[in-house]
Design a protein around this ligand. Structure first.
Ligand SMILES: N[C@@H](CCC(=O)N[C@@H](CS)C(=O)NCC(=O)O)C(=O)O
Length: 281
């Protein structure tokens, strides 16, 4: 059965999933386009598919959410919720990933952390999965014996791939995604770019790049002298940052990072993604 991918092929997170499948020579997939600019990913229909494994919350008579993790703003901890709450999703871009429960509970007002109506998610047989890095890891492991060895060839290499995947998610993405959102996506949603945030995150990003420059002067790729899932995970946001937001000058004083990026962009799989996403004709 084909892997069903819900998202926009050219987006940064959907791209991460597609690049993984391409590296693994998996072509049994279908993409169901979700139009982010029409906010289709905030529709009850979309949310329903992200949340099918647990107690159900009704909203206007529709099943819209189920088992998830909630955080009490007062820091009491996580819990699960039952079926009795009324709630609303926030379509506000300032808080696009937060859903507030309206009913008072024993824990007070609660914030649901996930799922938040983001793309992509996949349906693969009985499995429904969101979070692009989790999806990428899943297929890198499931298809370990074909295509590119995205976790290297030893437990030590796999450990380093995991480490650099975390660096990407916790440090690199943390800065670059805020810059790209402000410069590119918010204006497309009709919202202002916060130049203060851009400046603040650029400073953080440069500090991250200094770490990368040192690392990449020691090995060709992040986890060693082999291309891995950790490198792959950087490609899509970096493409938007350089080629669409035109912020590539920041790499000029970091030759090892610059060469690494050129290598990543030249991969046939990156070129395939750019064609599929409509970035290049
Ligand atoms: N951590 C999530 C982030 C998902 C995410 O931010 N997806 C973007 C597309 S790349 C999205 O749906 N943005 C629309 C929004 O947040 O409203 C993942 O890696 O899957």
């Amino acid at each position: 059965m084909a892997i069903q991918i819900y998202g926009y092929a050219g987006s940064t997170c959907c791209g991460r999933v597609l690049l993984t499948l391409f590296e693994k020579n998996v072509d049994d997939y279908k993409i169901s386009h979700v139009d982010l600019y029409k906010r289709e990913h905030k529709s009850p229909e979309f949310l329903k598919h992200q949340t099918e494994n647990g107690p159900i919350v009704q909203h206007d008579g529709q099943r819209v959410s189920s088992r998830t993790t909630m955080r009490n703003p007062n820091g009491i901890g996580s819990t699960e919720f039952g079926s009795a709450f009324s709630w609303e999703t926030s379509n506000s871009i300032e808080a696009p990933r937060v859903i507030i429960l309206l009913e008072p509970t024993s824990l007070g007002p609660l914030t649901i952390l996930k799922p938040f109506g983001e793309t992509p998610y996949v349906i693969d047989g009985d499995l429904t999965l969101f979070e692009s890095r989790a999806i990428a890891r899943t297929y890198a492991r499931k298809y370990a014996d074909r295509g590119t060895a995205l976790y290297g060839s030893s437990p030590q290499e796999e450990a380093l791939v995991e480490q650099w995947l975390e660096v990407e998610a916790q440090h690199y993405d943390s800065a670059i995604s805020k810059i790209v959102y402000n410069l590119l996506f918010y204006p497309k949603f009709g919202l202002p770019c916060d130049h203060g945030v851009v400046a603040e995150q650029m400073a953080k990003f440069e500090a991250v790049l200094d770490v990368y420059e040192k690392r990449l002067s020691e090995s060709k790729y992040l986890a060693g002298d082999f291309f891995s899932l950790a490198d792959l995970s950087h490609i899509t946001y970096t493409y938007y940052f350089i080629e669409i937001a035109h912020r590539g000058a920041v790499f000029d004083s970091r030759p090892h990072v610059k060469a690494w990026i050129a290598d990543l962009f030249a991969r046939p799989t990156t070129q395939k993604w750019l064609k599929l996403g409509g970035h290049i004709p």
